[in-house]
Design a binder for this molecule. Structure first.
Ligand SMILES: Cc1cc2nc3c(=O)[nH]c(=O)nc-3n(C[C@H](O)[C@H](O)[C@H](O)COP(=O)(O)OP(=O)(O)OC[C@H]3O[C@@H](n4cnc5c(N)ncnc54)[C@H](O)[C@@H]3O)c2cc1C
Length: 440
C-alpha cells in the first residue's frame, strides 16, 4: 500500500503489517529489513519501509504504575493522549511532551522528542528508566543506563534503527492542576526575541511564534509564550474545585485536501499579520487549559490536508547558542526574500544535552512548514547551507528530503552510529526509507 508520514511526502509503496504478539514481531523481522511505525506523526519517511513496516498499534497496554516515583511501564504503541487521559485526573503529566499528543511511546523514544521545557528539563530520554527491545536475533533485550548502556543510549534518538521497542518504563511528573499560566511577550525583531528568551530561562515552558515574512528592522518579530503549571491559588474558585478537570471541546476536522493555490505569499502574510495583532492585543497573563497550551494543532483533526495533495515538508534545525543570532537572521532573511513564508514558524531554546545521536544541542531550534513545490524545495536547500555554515544540525523526525551529504556534514556522530549498526548486524534487519536516503 501507499504510505507516508504526517507531511504526506514522500509517498512510498510499502509492505505493512500490524503484529499482535512478540512472536509475530520476531516472525516479521526475520523476513527481511523492517522498521517500526508508531502513529506516523513524524513528518517524512522515518517510519516507512518499502520492505516491511511494522505498525505497533496493537502494543498499547499500560502494564504498571508506581504512585511514588511516577514510573509508568507501558507497551511501545501506547498513545501519549491515552496516558494523559488516565493520569492527568490523578495529578500526573508527561515530563516532556512534543506539540502533539497523538504520538506513541516508541515514537517519542526513537526521536527523543523535546518540548517547550528543553532549556530546563532536557528531552524525553532523560525520563526513561529502561527499554525492552527486539534486536536482530529476535531476542528481547532490556537496556538502561546501567544494563546494555550503549544500546540504551543509541536507541534514544536512534530513529528505530536499533530494533523494535516493545515496552518501556518512563517517568511522569506531578502537576498541581490541568491549567497553565501563560504570559505572552512581544518582540520587535529576532535580536529582541533571543534577548527575551535569554531573560526567561527560569520559565518552565517557553516557545516563540515568528512572523517569518517580515523584513528589515522587523525581521523575526515574534510572540513569546511563557508557561507555568498553575497552582491551586492561581485558579478561580470554579476551577479550583476540580483542578484536573479539562474543558469539553469540539474538534474541527479538515474533510478534504485544500487546493494548493490557497497557500501563497499573500495568504501566509495575511494570516501571520492577523495572528500577531490578535495575540498582541491579548498580551500579558492568561489561564490556558493544558490541551490548548501544549497541543493547539490537535484541535484541528487532519490539519495536514490544508497543504493540498502534494503534501508539505518541515524544516527544523538547531543552531548553537553562540551563532544563533547570526544564523537565525540569515535563515529568516532568506525565507523573507523567497516570499514563501510558513504558517507555522516556531522557535525554542534548547539547554545543554549530551547524547549519542539525539537532535538537541544547546542553542535555538527553528521549525517551519512549507507546501511541497520546486520553489520551497529549492529554498530548503539554501536553508540547509545556512545551517551548515553556522554549525547547526537537522531534526530527523521532521526530515523528508535532506541529501546524504548535507546530513553527514551536519552530524559527525552519524559515522559512529552507523558503525554501531554495522558491528551489531542491525543494518541487515532495520532500515527505513529515510535511513537508506541518508546512508545510515
Ligand atoms: C503537530 C506536531 C507537532 C510536533 N511537535 C514536536 C515537538 O514539539 N517536539 C518534537 O520533538 N517532535 C515533535 N513532533 C514530531 C513527533 O513528536 C515525532 O515525530 C514522534 O517521533 C512521532 O511519534 P510516532 O509515534 O507518531 O512515531 P512515528 O512517526 O510512527 O515514528 C517515528 C520514529 O520512531 C520510530 N519508532 C516508532 N515506534 C517504534 C518502536 N516501537 N520501536 C522502535 N522505533 C519506533 C520509527 O521507526 C521512526 O523512526 C511533532 C509532530 C507533529 C505532527
Amino acid at each position: 500500500m501507499k504510505l507516508a508520514g504526517w507531511g504526506r511526502y514522500p509517498v512510498i509503496e510499502a509492505n505493512i503489517s500490524a503484529p499482535r504478539s512478540v512472536d509475530d514481531i520476531i516472525r516479521q523481522i526475520t523476513k527481511g529489513t523492517s522498521i517500526a511505525r508508531g502513529n506516523g506523526r513524524s513528518y517524512g519517511d522515518s517510519s516507512v519501509s518499502s520492505s516491511n513496516t511494522l505498525h505497533m498499534k496493537h502494543f498499547n497496554r499500560m502494564l504498571a504504575f508506581n504512585e511514588t516515583s511516577g514510573q509508568l511501564v507501558a507497551e511501545a504503541g501506547l498513545l501519549l493522549a491515552d496516558i494523559i487521559d488516565v493520569f492527568l485526573p490523578e495529578g500526573w503529566f508527561p515530563s516532556v511532551t512534543p506539540g502533539t499528543k497523538f504520538v506513541t511511546i516508541g515514537g517519542m523514544i526513537a526521536a527523543d522528542v523535546h518540548g517547550k521545557n528543553h532549556h530546563k528539563d532536557q528531552s524525553f530520554g532523560q525520563y526513561i528508566d529502561w527499554i525492552d527491545i527486539i534486536k536482530t536475533e529476535g531476542k528481547i533485550e532490556r537496556c538502561s543506563k546501567t544494563k546494555n548502556p550503549e544500546l540504551f543510549h543509541r536507541t534514544i534518538g536512534g530513529m528505530g534503527l536499533t530494533g523494535i521497542i516493545i515496552r518501556a518504563a518512563i517517568r511522569l511528573k506531578r502537576v498541581p492542576s490541568a491549567w497553565i499560566k501563560q504570559r505572552t511577550l512581544t518582540a520587535e525583531n529576532i535580536e529582541q526575541t533571543i534577548d527575551l528568551f535569554e531573560q526567561s530561562l527560569d520559565s518552565t515552558y517557553s516557545v516563540a511564534w515568528i512572523d517569518c515574512l517580515q523584513k528589515g528592522k522587523k525581521l523575526g518579530r515574534s510572540l513569546i509564550m511563557l508557561g507555568e503549571h498553575a497552582q491551586l491559588e492561581d485558579l478561580p474558585d470554579t476551577l479550583a474545585k476540580s483542578p484536573y478537570a479539562s474543558p469539553v471541546k469540539q474538534n474541527i476536522t479538515i474533510p478534504f485536501f485544500l487546493p494548493a493555490c490557497l497557500l501563497n505569499g499573500l495568504t501566509v502574510k495575511t494570516f501571520n499579520k492577523f495572528y500577531y495583532w490578535n495575540s498582541k492585543r491579548k498580551d500579558q497573563y492568561q489561564l490556558v487549559d493544558w490541551d490548548r497550551y501544549f497541543y493547539p494543532l490537535d484541535a484541528i483533526l487532519g490539519w495536514n490536508k490544508i497543504y493540498g495533495r502534494r503534501g508539505f515538508v518541515q524544516f527544523q534545525c538547531v543552531i548553537p547558542l553562540d551563532k544563533a543570532k547570526d544564523g537565525l537572521s540569515e535563515l529568516l532573511q532568506t525565507i523573507s526574500v523567497a516570499n514563501v513564508g510558513s504558517f507555522l514558524s516556531v522557535l525554542k531554546r534548547f539547554g545543554e544535552q549530551e547524547s549519542l545521536f539525539s537532535f538537541p544541542m544547546k542553542g535555538y531550534t527553528l521549525a517551519l512548514d512549507f507546501p511541497v513545490n520546486p520553489k520551497t524545495l529549492n529554498l530548503m536547500q539554501q536553508l540547509d547551507l545556512i545551517t551548515l555554515k553556522h554549525a547547526g544540525r537537522f531534526y530527523l523526525a521532521k526530515d523528508s528530503r535532506m541529501s546524504r551529504d548535507t546530513f553527514l556534514s551536519s552530524d559527525p556522530r552519524a559515522k559512529t552510529y552507523k558503525s554501531f549498526r554495522v558491528d551489531g548486524g542491525l543494518n541487515y534487519s532495520f532500515s527505513s526509507a529515510q535511513s537508506e536516503r541518508l546512508g545510515l
